[in-house]
Design a protein around this ligand. Sequence first.
Ligand SMILES: Nc1ncnc2c1ncn2[C@@H]1O[C@H](COP(=O)(O)OP(=O)(O)O)[C@@H](O)[C@H]1O
Ligand SMILES: [Mg+2]
Length: 300
Amino acid sequence: MEHTKTLAHISCEDVFKIYKVADLEVVALRGLDLEVERGEIVAIVGASGSGKSTLLNILAGYDLPSAGKVSVLGRDLLSMNSAEVEKYRRTEVGFIWQQTGRNMFPYLTAIENVELPMMLIGEVSAKRRQRAEELLELVGLSDRMSHAQDKLSGGEQQRVAIAISLANNPPLLLADEPTGELDDATANEVMQVFESVNKELRTTILIVSHDQDIAYKVDRVVLIRDGKLSTEIIRYKSDKQESQTETAGDSTELEEFVLVDGSGRVQVPKPLLDHLKIGRRAKIRIDNNGVILEPGDADK
Ligand SMILES: Nc1ncnc2c1ncn2[C@@H]1O[C@H](COP(=O)(O)OP(=O)(O)O)[C@@H](O)[C@H]1O
Ligand SMILES: [Mg+2]
């Protein structure tokens, strides 16, 4: 794989973001590394305050990192001028907010909302209407096109949001807790819309969530802890026929990995450290099968 490495869609290398509030510094991202391939759906899962929105805002061109490298389809986001950033936001990336109300203008109908981003880049009227219809059909809202926001449920509003974000055919969608305000069943439906968008349009999709159950719905989940990615969970569709243990439908196996960053650092999950009674110092040794981490003497 190393030899035939193709251009990643998203590449973050040792990204830091420090917010300065009065005399205080908040480190929201601390050395984050992330690669997302073209056409992937990836979820980033982490507790509130772990840096998820900070990362998405940087990838959307709304904010700049304090240090590190960020590139999207090989373009360095830090070196774009304001006109390039503007164009990037309009055509290269679609964004979906958690707050359903933030994604659309309340006084416009669903179809008018989807047409709006196309108007901003000067698309002609007939084309706008046709594409907006196609997109609303794709998200399953053919029968809600002329509804305004107050006539749409939360789930329907998020579907409109997905259609709006796709208006100018961006190769990348970023969604910040898109199902955070929805009940489980509706959240599932919205996740299925993301899946079908990914399949139909081959859009790369990065979804942020605080709900680890999303791991069962996308192929790859990365856990973010204190501004750094720590663990990755890969979902396999297994085709084993273990008839006794499995119910109907496809079976899913999750495999969990610890991430090793460019400096060889790994984050050991806190519960594991507590369980092993590892404090500030640990002993590391090599065993036949790998590396063993044990409490240092002083911690025993
Ligand atoms: N504009 C800001 N100014 C100061 N601190 C911020 C700002 N935005 C986020 N933070 C802080 O950065 C950290 C990460 O925040 P955020 O990226 O919003 O996390 P999440 O989306 O995972 O909840 C938090 O400690 C938060 O308080
Ligand atoms: Mg957030």
